[in-house]
Design a protein around this ligand. Structure first.
Ligand SMILES: *[C@@H]1O[C@H](CO)[C@@H](O)[C@H](O)[C@H]1NC(C)=O
Ligand SMILES: *[C@@H]1O[C@H](CO)[C@@H](O)[C@H](O)[C@H]1NC(C)=O
Ligand SMILES: *[C@@H]1O[C@H](CO)[C@@H](O)[C@H](O)[C@H]1NC(C)=O
Ligand SMILES: *[C@@H]1O[C@H](CO)[C@@H](O)[C@H](O)[C@H]1NC(C)=O
Ligand SMILES: *[C@@H]1O[C@H](CO)[C@@H](O)[C@H](O)[C@H]1NC(C)=O
Length: 351
């Protein structure tokens, strides 16, 4: 019988291996897949979500085609058990917890999607919406679940100084609002390339030196490094889960999807078939992924870029805000693509 016994050190090692074996769900590649038509989608009827902002309310703004709302994201991996978003289950599981999106209008897009998904799953449940400073809170009061949005387009600071508005790449005082939040989903990118009247700063400061401007990709990379440092010094992984939304792509150039005459996303009614966007990835993705590898605390990338690149049909185009920025191929209609981002978030949080 003695021959059956595993010597103690080996047994210990075996136990370690078993303990750290990733669960089947975590080895799933959620991001390699395709969009499939599914008439049981969207997850909610956008007309039953009274608080969708006009910017994302494509149907209410007169968009004539509806097919784009009926696509479901389908990960291809055989180990994937990708569940449909169950709003009640989410609220039960997240009872008394705070979830916060931090970032620009793409964060607001995903925040609104999540509040619509949850509200439509418990339409008779009480809620209130409040705003203090830059933080909007959607409170599911029956569950004590707060779904929050902190508008902060660079994550790092913009300070008003004697010389003007200064974007400080190595300062992140905004972080005081993020401490002890249970689930954080960060995002920044779209504002880094702004110039002229829509650029909300006059100077860039880093390492105590002030510049009139610099390579925007370098600035983005330095800010991500500052944010990563904040995560490493402030996040308690037992209390808070940290996600990064990823680079949400725009569709202004049809050459990138084999339709050189298309100057924007208007009139696009279907996604790109298959799993690959012919035009490749926006360069910011590599900068982001590299920055994430340098963070020691656990941060999960909600890698929305590839799956969203396929959705040239998902933007408001002229059925968003209209007016001055009439052609919107950056944000997403709701119901729509951000619902799938949230469905991935749901699977990552609950499995
Ligand atoms: C995303 O797209 C890039 C470039 O097309 C490709 O190299 C990569 O494998 C894709 N990733 C997934 C998860 O589909
Ligand atoms: C997949 O998900 C369904 C529904 O949640 C569950 O019943 C089933 O056991 C899961 N299968 C695996 C292999 O995890
Ligand atoms: C939201 O409702 C809860 C419960 O009724 C209440 O305690 C809280 O003060 C309300 N908040 C706002 C901003 O109205
Ligand atoms: C959210 O609702 C709870 C009651 O469930 C209340 O205690 C809390 O103050 C509310 N928060 C906000 C920001 O309204
Ligand atoms: C659109 O993409 C093509 C192919 O990459 C490129 O040659 C062209 O300059 C782009 N057009 C604009 C307006 O950016």
């Amino acid at each position: 019988m003695e021959g059956w016994l595993v010597p103690l050190p080996q047994l210990f090692f075996l136990l370690l291996i078993l303990l750290f074996q990733p669960a089947a769900s975590t080895s799933c590649d959620w991001y390699h897949g395709s969009w499939v038509l599914d008439s049981s989608y969207p997850l909610y009827d956008p007309s039953s979500c009274p608080f969708i902002e006009r910017e994302f309310s494509c149907l209410r703004n007169g968009r004539p085609d509806h097919l784009y709302t009926h696509y479901r994201w389908h990960p291809l991996g055989t180990t994937c058990n990708f569940s449909r978003f169950d709003g009640k289950r989410f609220l039960e599981k997240m009872r008394s917890k705070r979830i916060m999106f931090v970032g620009d209008s793409l964060s607001r897009n995903q925040w609104q999607s999540l509040t619509c998904i949850l509200h439509s799953s418990v339409p008779d449940s009480k809620y209130n919406i409040s705003r203090v400073g830059d933080v909007s809170t959607f409170n599911f009061t029956d569950y004590g679940v707060q779904v929050m949005l902190d508008r902060n387009v660079f994550l790092v600071d913009v300070a008003l100084k004697r010389i003007g508005r200064v974007l400080i790449l190595d300062s992140i005082v905004g972080g005081k609002l993020w401490k002890d939040i249970d689930v954080l989903i960060f995002n920044t990118w779209h504002w880094w390339n702004r110039r002229g009247s829509t650029q909300p700063w006059d100077y860039i400061q880093v390492g105590g030196k002030t510049y009139k401007d610099m390579d925007r990709m370098v600035a983005f990379q330095k800010a991500l490094q500052t944010w990563g440092g904040w995560v490493d010094s402030n996040i308690n992984p037992d209390k808070s889960k940290v996600f990064f939304q990823g680079i949400s792509p725009s569709h202004y150039n049809g050459s990138l999807w084999g339709e050189p005459t298309a100057k924007s996303c208007i009139g696009q009614k279907e996604p790109i078939r298959g799993s690959t966007f012919p035009g490749g990835l926006p360069p910011a993705v590599a900068v982001l992924k590299d920055a994430l590898t340098k963070i020691k605390k656990p941060v999960t990338l909600l890698d929305v870029t590839n799956l969203s690149l396929l959705r040239k049909d998902g933007h408001p185009s002229v059925y968003g805000l209209g007016g001055r920025i009439a052609m919107d191929c950056s944000h997403w209609c709701l119901a729509g693509v951000p619902d799938a981002w949230n469905e991935i978030l749901y699977n990552l949080l609950l499995i």
